[in-house]
Write a protein that binds this ligand. Structure first.
Ligand code: SF4
Length: 222
């Protein structure tokens, strides 16, 4: 699926799109960001583990905060951690000076739970690495910081298809500068944009509020 769009979108927005397309429209096209307890905790925990570094121990090298991209998916971002294990049939990845097998690990705050969006994000990282270093990555893991537990994720074809479809949807939202309509669900209660999004408000009322906000913005620029 080669994309014509030269804009590389943040890899992490794939999981935002999976969570709620409206949320990604607000983040990406309206530049709205609202912090809540969940996002603040996640950011704090992320800051404490995310520093770019390399750790070597015998035949294993750990690459933290490794930059990745995919021309095919039109995305770029970082892998929290890549475990590179020496393997004569593996690939070459800078700055490691011997062939290795790659195993991406994504860090998430909170306790171990089953989140399809996180699996998709991990799979997208693996797909970037496969494209960059012409290798195959059949598996990765999500590490949950609060429970200190790893969840193994099989990077199978259905998950890869979901990544491709979600990347397409993300680019469509960006190209059309659209903000998809709200679809109220359980997820809204945990969403930091709840008060801005107003998913429970009828469409016409929300459109009216959005129009007022737009007019106010235009007045500010006069
Ligand atoms: S409040 Fe609900 S509909 Fe609105 S952006 Fe968040 S998850 Fe999406």
């Amino acid at each position: 699926m080669p994309l014509n769009d030269p804009e590389y979108l943040p890899l992490s927005y794939l999981s935002q799109t999976g969570y709620c397309p409206r949320r990604v429209g607000l983040l990406l096209n309206e530049r709205i960001w609202v912090e809540n307890a969940d996002t603040a905790k996640g950011r704090k925990e992320h800051e404490s583990v995310h520093t770019q570094r390399i750790e070597r121990r015998g035949s294993q090298v750990k690459l933290f905060e490794y930059a990745v991209f995919s021309d095919t998916l039109g995305i770029c971002g970082k892998c929290d951690l890549i475990e590179a294990q020496a393997d004569p049939s593996g690939c070459r990845i800078p700055p490691v000076d011997f062939p290795v097998r790659l195993y991406p690990v994504e860090y998430k705050h909170g306790k171990l739970r089953d989140e399809q969006e996180y699996k998709m994000q991990l799979c997208a990282q693996a797909m970037c690495l496969e494209e960059m270093y012409r290798t195959a990555i059949p598996e990765g893991a999500i590490f949950y910081l609060s429970s200190h537990r790893r969840q193994t994720v099989l990077l199978d074809e259905p998950l890869r298809r979901l990544v491709r479809e979600t990347a397409k949807e993300l680019h469509r939202i960006r190209e059309t500068l659209s903000v998809p309509s709200a679809d109220y669900s359980q997820k809204c209660r945990r969403c930091s944009l709840l008060e801005y999004c107003l998913p429970g408000v009828r469409q016409s009322a929300r459109a009216y509020c959005e129009q007022l906000a737009q007019e106010a913005k235009e007045m500010e620029t006069i």
